[in-house]
Design a binder for this molecule. Structure first.
Ligand SMILES: NC(=O)c1ccc[n+]([C@@H]2O[C@H](COP(=O)([O-])OP(=O)(O)OC[C@H]3O[C@@H](n4cnc5c(N)ncnc54)[C@H](O)[C@@H]3O)[C@@H](O)[C@H]2O)c1
Ligand SMILES: Cc1cc2c(cc1C)N(C[C@H](O)[C@H](O)[C@H](O)COP(=O)(O)O)c1[nH]c(=O)[nH]c(=O)c1N2
Length: 174
């Protein structure tokens, strides 16, 4: 067992201690998409969670230094596409550096009423309106009200754990 004290203004080495610790929190992998007046964009996010079911709301944390940030800020609508097993390469593609057109060419999509792209074969997709944005440190927390959702019967989910992908089997498929 090891204990680390952290200060709020973390120097690089302490930031690494924090990240190493966070790498132990397994999380679903999602591709967050948007399309609208500011253009089409998508990125991979593991910092996604449920906030409240009344009104149905989830949150997405987006680094303000990401190339996609101004597009999400201006469109105000997004879709959270939760990935299934087999989507590892797509996750990596949307995880940075790849030009936007190439990210979208790698999969099949259809357009939701909000305009946001829904990933065919996602475990579940949440079509959302961004209801509130709170900036904390380097990130914006996007609170997203869910307007519609689409579920898929794909038996295997995908998790990001210890800096790698893991397949998860849904209870119903056991
Ligand atoms: N919340 C995030 O912004 C976030 C989450 C996961 C991965 N990533 C990015 O994906 C890449 C690979 O990540 P990795 O998990 O292999 O190794 P890593 O060492 O960069 O990250 C380990 C863990 O720390 C957290 N984390 C990483 N960067 C963060 C940030 N800027 N702000 C808040 N939390 C952060 C995440 O929980 C992540 O799983 C990195 O470029 C990382 O920045 C970002
Ligand atoms: C598994 C995994 C998980 C995450 C990420 C990456 C990967 C591989 N990234 C990074 C994010 O996807 C990346 O910064 C964007 O794609 C933007 O990259 P560009 O600035 O367009 O190159 C990321 N970024 C973010 O702001 N919030 C998050 O929750 C996550 N989670």
């Amino acid at each position: 067992m090891s204990t680390h004290e952290l200060s709020p203004d973390l120097p690089l080495v302490e930031r690494q201690v924090f990240r190493d610790a966070m790498s132990r929190l397994g999380a679903a992998v999602n591709i967050i998409t948007t399309d609208g007046p500011a253009g089409r964009a998508g990125f991979t996010a593991s910092a996604v969670c449920s906030v409240t079911d009344t009104p149905p709301t989830l949150l997405v944390c987006l680094n303000r230094s990401a190339s996609v940030w101004p597009v999400f800020r201006d469109n105000g609508y997004l879709c959270v596409n939760t990935l299934a097993a087999g989507h590892e390469d797509l996750s990596t593609l949307f995880g940075g550096k790849t030009p936007m057109a190439d990210r979208f060419l790698a999969a099949r999509w259809h357009t939701l009423s909000s305009g946001s792209p829904l990933l065919n074969g996602a475990l579940v997709s949440f079509d959302c309106k961004v209801s509130q944005v709170v900036s904390v440190g380097t990130h914006d927390i996007l609170f997203c009200e869910v307007m519609a959702l689409v579920r898929n019967d794909e038996p295997h989910g995908l998790a990001w754990f210890d800096r790698g992908y893991q397949h998860l089997l849904r209870q119903e498929a056991r």
